[in-house]
Design a protein around this ligand. Structure first.
Ligand SMILES: O=C(O)CCC(=O)C(=O)O
Ligand SMILES: [Fe+2]
Length: 915
């Protein structure tokens, strides 16, 4: 908006009974008078729909027939040829008035019969000669004797109707005041009050007058029109002249500089019984049909839209008359829209409402830059919704504005944003202390709202407020059916609006109130389903502690949970992050079952937790480990969690997984929840079977004795001394003789070196092997001969191959035991009965099973003189004992802090080839 447009202030002046917007915000403007805010305007091409049905409707409305362009001649006038020059005017207590008045004494006498004319500001009636200076007389004190005058006035009514674009409409003219101006008489810029129902314009008839000045200037937007009442033509003294302007047009009467001016003011009104359907639509049938098809399309998409009205209206006229107060293009557009709407099938029609729209924007003065700046984006609100004839008000103080998108504005004239909103403006100033002064500007303007008729119940709920509607329903003991009806509306609007935007707060209060209401009444599946349809994301359900508590109540609700539990889990599974966050925040105070349920939700979805490598991170983040997962998994009835974890491991490409925690959990389950054991075992079976198959493979390999020809091959030898010795140790020969020494001394050193590298103490004492690490060779070295003839004879000893064989047998035994145990867990007969085996097995460390992985030292020929590594270094201490009560998540979390390092080595591979 340009500053010139903004800098004019509509003064709230009018007649004594001036009717204005509620003016509580209207602070006198001494300090803020001309704050130079330059709000950036937005051209029509940058907002609203640019292509699509609403845009089409706008274009069709703008197209209209040509005369529509003239409809809005907001003011017109000229010589009143339809009126006789002499009305036969007489005034009570004065008698006939001779026109024009020329003698000051007469004027004075007439003025004595009149009152000083007041003007209104806000709700007050004031006298202030600097604003208005004229004499006025009530119509009751005026008589007009000339019948031709009355006929002329009636004819003028028809002319006005025609000029304003509704030919044939019998508008009526009511004499409102007689006005007399002396030298200096004037009336500052103002808008007229709509003095009576149906008044939409003002007609001024200036009686033959002998004066200069006293012209009427009518403003609209940035433009103005001046009516000089015959001054230029020199006819003022001999004829009547008239001017008509819409009631909302601002106008002023310039000061009379000479002589006297006498005028009659008429209110121009719609006929009292005006029937809306009698107003002809100015669009032809073809345009109407096109418009109908665009409306139909929009209504099918449940689109809402609004049309900012072009004219200004007072609350009184809108409240009293509804759309009958509409003027010019507003009236015509509404007629067209309604005509097109009427062509639609009933369930596709729009319902139209008039609403008072407010566009508020806060500006503040930047202290340093000394400039006014936009403080925040403008806020729009629609208030005081009423249907077109004003008969039905939609109650409530909530604005449905957020249910209209940025594209839902109908802008037939392609006005810029600020032009569109230009209307009544109020300002409220605030001192915000250090931040400097702030000014809130509010543009107020009536709009036509279009809302799909079949969804009007939704509009009612939105306007009344969901919370308020619910409390009202509950307060009057609404039935389940009524509650369901309400929930359906909320579902329709709220869910559709909020869910895509991901809004989580705001309606949390409503969610809680609804849940409380459902909880308080006997279980009703339909209501609960609606509740879940509205709050259908993990965020919406678990938002805040209150959300969590309600969720817990739901899980413990005996009839409800079995009915809707699955659905809830599915909802939660869609947003694992939210669930994880909730678990983390709540687990110290939540009952274990609730945590279990949430974990189950996490594991439920194919793409939920458990389907990617990140999942392990999630668990880490949760401070949960595999053991805890299994503990939870097997303890959940139905063991859906088990199936999920199992599936996750079966799917994992690298089949990296720990069977230990799984078996421990399974054993625990057999002891603690025998009734559930069967289901868990079946869930876990595929995984255990796969492990058994792997163990069997390992056992098959381990059970094969070494072929005789390989007996003296110490294939894994890592001997870092002389390469000849290493090659000998790795080879099939038992003895070899090495020669070519520089002398006896060199041969002796050679022998010593061999002995050192063999770590003789370990080599001779098998019992110490475990402690010092197992050597991967045993041999003796002996020197023979002297001088350059000296040789060293190396002889492999039996100790190493024997230990190797013992270890192999041990491994076979170990694998047999594991296989027996795992088999027993899968075998229905033994697993159901044998508690003794059970005890024995549970005492054993489950992870020892995995140490039995076949160590094929032949493969293991890398460097380094470390003893062969033990395969599995699982941190046994870190894992809760299988016989302990199921650990709570918090226990697990605490425990984890101490056992991170242990756990590093915990994930091992069941597949020996992969190591
Ligand atoms: O004096 C006139 O012509 C009109 C005065 C006027 O604007 C009013 O009474 O509201
Ligand atoms: Fe006026």
């Amino acid at each position: 908006m340009s500053s010139s447009e903004l800098s004019y202030e509509s003064s709230d002046y009018g007649d004594g009974d001036y009717d204005t917007w509620p003016t509580d915000n209207n602070v006198p403007d001494f300090k803020w008078a001309h704050f130079p805010i330059l709000e950036d305007d937005v051209p029509a091409k940058n907002f609203g729909e640019q292509q699509g049905p609403l845009h089409d409707v706008g274009k069709l409305l703008a197209e209209g027939p040509q005369e529509q362009q003239n409809l809005d001649k907001f003011t017109f006038g000229g010589p009143a040829d339809l009126l006789p020059p002499l009305p036969g005017l007489s005034v009570e207590g004065y008698g006939p008035v001779a026109l024009p008045i020329v003698r000051p004494a007469e004027a004075k006498k007439l003025a004595a019969k009149c009152q000083k004319a007041p003007f209104g500001r806000g709700r007050d009636t004031l006298f202030d000669a600097s604003v208005r200076k004229t004499w006025q007389l009530e119509p009751e004190k005026v008589t007009i004797a000339n019948q031709a005058w009355h006929d002329g006035i009636a004819a003028l009514g028809s002319l006005i109707a025609r000029k304003m674009g509704f030919p044939g409409t019998p508008v009526t003219l009511h004499l409102y005041k007689l006005l007399l101006y002396d030298v200096g008489g004037h009336f500052g810029r103002h808008r007229d009050t709509e003095k009576e129902d149906g008044m939409f314009a003002t007609l001024v008839v200036q009686l033959p007058s002998n004066h200069t000045g006293g012209q009427m200037v009518v403003y609209k937007g940035g433009a103005s029109v001046t009516h000089d009442f015959g001054a230029a033509a020199g006819t003022a003294a001999f004829k009547c002249h008239y001017a008509v302007h819409y009631a909302d047009a601002e106008h002023e009467i310039t000061p009379v500089t000479e002589g006297h001016r006498l005028a009659l003011v008429y209110s121009v009104c719609w006929p009292a019984d005006r029937d809306r359907s009698s107003i002809p639509s100015s669009v032809d049938a073809e345009v109407r049909a096109k418009m109908a098809s665009a409306l139909r399309q929009m209504s099918g998409q449940e689109r809402r839209f609004y049309l900012p009205l072009d004219h200004e209206y007072t609350p009184k006229s809108i409240a009293g008359l509804g759309d009958r107060a509409f003027k010019g293009v507003d009236r015509d557009r509404l007629v067209s829209l309604r005509a097109a709407n009427a062509l639609l099938p009933e369930d596709r029609r729009y319902a139209f409402f008039i609403a008072k729209a407010e566009r508020r924007q806060l500006f503040w003065k930047h202290c340093e830059r000394k400039a006014w700046e936009e403080y925040e984006r403008p806020r729009i609100a629609f208030k005081q919704l009423q249907d077109l004839d004003g008969g039905r008000i939609i109650q409530g103080s909530c604005s449905p504005a957020s249910y209209f998108g940025a594209h839902d504005i109908l802008n037939p004239d392609a006005k810029s944003l600020l032009k569109l909103w230009q209307g009544h403006r109020t300002k409220q100033s605030e001192d915000t202390g250090n931040e400097g002064p702030a000014v809130e500007t509010t543009y107020t303007k009536y709009v036509l709202l279009a809302w799909p008729a079949r969804l009007v119940r939704g509009l009612e709920v939105i306007c009344a407020g969901e919370d308020e509607t619910l409390s009202a329903l509950l307060a009057r003991g609404a039935s389940d059916a009524e509650l369901a009806d309400f929930l359906r509306v909320v579902e329709h609007f709220y869910a559709a609006l909020v869910r895509p935007a991901g809004v989580t707060v705001g309606k949390e209060k409503l969610r809680h109130a609804i849940f409380k209401a459902l909880w308080a009444r006997p279980f009703n599946r339909q209501l609960l389903d609606l509740y879940l349809a509205i709050f259908s994301t993990a965020k919406l359900l678990l938002h805040s502690d209150r959300g969590w508590n309600d969720f817990m109540r739901l899980t413990q609700w005996q009839q409800a949970w079995p009915a809707v539990g699955n659905r809830v889990l599915d909802i939660l599974a869609d947003d694992p992050n939210v669930v994880l966050r909730a678990i983390r925040a709540q687990r110290d105070r939540a009952p274990e079952e609730t945590i279990h349920i949430l974990v189950e939700a996490l594991l439920r979805k194919e793409h939920g937790l458990g389907s990617s490598a990140n999942d392990l991170d999630w668990l880490e983040w949760l401070n949960w480990d595999e053991t805890a997962m299994w503990q939870v998994a097997v303890s959940i009835p139905g063991s859906a969690v088990c199936r999920n974890i199992v599936q996750r491991h079966l799917n994992a490409a690298d089949d990296r997984f720990e069977i230990g925690p799984c078996l421990a959990a399974l054993r625990n389950c057999r002891r603690k929840q025998p009734q559930q054991f069967e289901a868990c075992r079946e869930a876990i079976r595929p995984l255990v079977e796969r492990c058994i198959a792997q163990l069997q493979g390992q056992r098959a390999q381990a059970s094969q004795a070494r072929p005789a020809q390989d007996y003296w091959r110490f294939a894994a030898t890592r001997f870092h001394g002389d390469a000849r010795v290493r090659d000998f140790l790795r080879g099939p020969e038992r003895t070899t003789t090495i020669s070519g020494f520089d002398g006896s001394q060199a041969a002796r050193y050679f022998v010593e070196d061999c002995q050192v590298r063999m770590r003789p103490s370990a080599a001779v004492d098998a019992q110490k092997w475990k402690r010092h690490g197992e050597p991967d060779f045993t041999f003796t070295a002996a020197k023979e001969g002297r001088g350059r003839e000296a040789t060293v004879t190396l002889t492999k000893t039996d100790l190493y191959p024997q230990q190797r064989e013992l270890k192999r047998l041990d491994k076979v035994k170990h694998l047999d035991e594991s296989l027996a145990e795992w088999g027993s867990l899968l075998d229905p007969v033994t697993s159901a009965a044998t508690t003794s085996t059970d005890e024995a097995l549970t005492d054993r460390d489950a992870d020892a099973d995995l140490e039995a992985v076949y160590e094929d030292e032949d493969e293991d020929a890398d460097g380094g003189d470390q003893p062969p590594r033990g395969r599995s270094t699982v941190g046994h201490d870190s894992r809760p004992d299988a016989d302990d009560p199921l650990p709570t998540p918090s226990q697990l979390g605490r425990e984890r802090e101490h056992s991170d390092e242990d756990r590093q080595g915990k994930r091992i591979r069941a597949d020996p080839e992969a190591e």
